[in-house]
Design a protein around this ligand. Structure first.
Ligand code: PMP
Length: 330
């Protein structure tokens, strides 16, 4: 019988699927690694088990303990799955730009959610980094995985995501493209693919215009889960061969096209990564095999990216969802 013992055992081994309609003729092959098919719905399921295993082994997390983490939602879901399995409590701290739908998902899994303002610097007492530090100090038995610095984040991608891509492309991958948030995905996966290919695979990091990785000042952007206003330890800047910056408008437009033209209902950081992957595939030509990682699904963004009114309120709307220019209804 093929019956998993627990949903946690179903993390990883996500498929690659070719992108078709959004790819320019003459470009290389573009294959998307569909991480929303993880049981918690994102690539962050991968890092959760490894971080918790390591904390149990080191004694930092004890039976009955509480996991406290600043998370845009996806890491929270991954941690909540493992916490349920092993009897831990979860308190997650989110910036207020994270969609209400995503916060409700965390609550549904049994976590407590604390919301903090996005528009304050990291050193501000109300920043989500500082609030989570305070909670970790105040709650007895609390442990903070700290995905921004925890080496088990990049390691989980080194041990799973990288080998899966190598295996599923029969070693033909030429470029790996991924958005950079904590930097764990690009660092772990990129390092593995470079090592196994003796440096042949080129690694391309993608971030929102304004974020520090592409030389920005950390000014706000609306794509969730990627870009930073500081340099996390989980990110090794020697791994990417280049960093591509993509605007919010282009990221969201591509996210909508992926749902409509490729049947992939995914999040905004996926649209962002695909914009960069398509540029690389066009530049490198038909011999390239470009793998782009799509971190999460689109259901958490229905009231934003897939809502024409929200898109117009920021001046992002190019094509309404019904394909017809909108008239005011009474
Ligand atoms: N996209 C989304 C939606 C995310 O939640 C994250 C994680 N913060 C990323 C991309 C980036 O992944 P990483 O943290 O491994 O750089």
């Amino acid at each position: 019988m093929r019956i998993a013992n627990h949903v946690v055992d179903l993390v990883g081994n996500t498929p690659l699927v070719k992108l078709n309609k959004v790819v320019q003729p003459g470009s290389g092959l573009v294959a998307a690694k569909v991480e929303y098919l993880n049981p918690g719905g994102s690539s962050k399921d991968r890092i959760a088990t490894r971080m918790i295993d390591a904390a149990e082994a080191s004694g930092e997390l004890k039976p009955g303990g509480t996991i406290v983490e600043p998370t845009s939602g996806n890491t929270g879901v991954g941690l909540a799955l493992v916490a349920q399995q092993r009897g831990y409590k979860c308190v997650f701290v989110c910036p207020d730009k994270v969609a209400e739908d995503k916060r409700n998902v965390l609550r549904a899994y049994g976590a407590e959610v604390v919301v903090c303002p996005t528009a304050v610097p990291p050193e501000h007492p109300d920043s989500y980094y500082n609030v989570s530090d305070r909670l970790t100090r105040d709650i007895p038995g609390a442990w903070k995985p700290n995905q921004y610095a925890n080496p088990n984040g990049p390691l989980s991608h080194y041990e799973t995501t990288g080998p899966e891509i190598w295996r599923d492309t029969d070693g033909t991958v030429t470029h790996f493209v991924a958005g950079v948030g904590t930097g764990g995905t690009i660092t772990g996966t990129g390092r593995y693919l470079k090592e196994i290919s003796d440096g042949r695979v080129k690694v391309v990091g993608v971030d929102p215009e304004g974020s520090v990785y592409s030389g920005g000042s950390g000014r706000p952007y609306l794509v969730e889960g990627v870009g930073e206003d500081f340099w996390p330890d989980a990110y090794d800047p020697t791994v990417p061969d280049e960093i591509v910056a993509v605007s919010d408008a282009d990221s969201f437009e591509m996210t909508r096209r992926l749902a409509r033209e490729e049947g992939l209902l995914v999040g905004g950081s996926c649209g962002m990564a695909v914009v960069a992957a398509l540029r690389i595939a066009e530049r490198e030509g038909s011999d390239a095999v470009v793998v782009v990682l799509l971190p999460d699904g689109g259901r958490g963004y229905l009231s934003k990216i897939f809502n024409d009114d929200w898109m117009s309120s920021y001046g992002f709307l190019r094509t309404p969802l019904d394909g017809v220019a909108r008239t005011e209804s009474t």
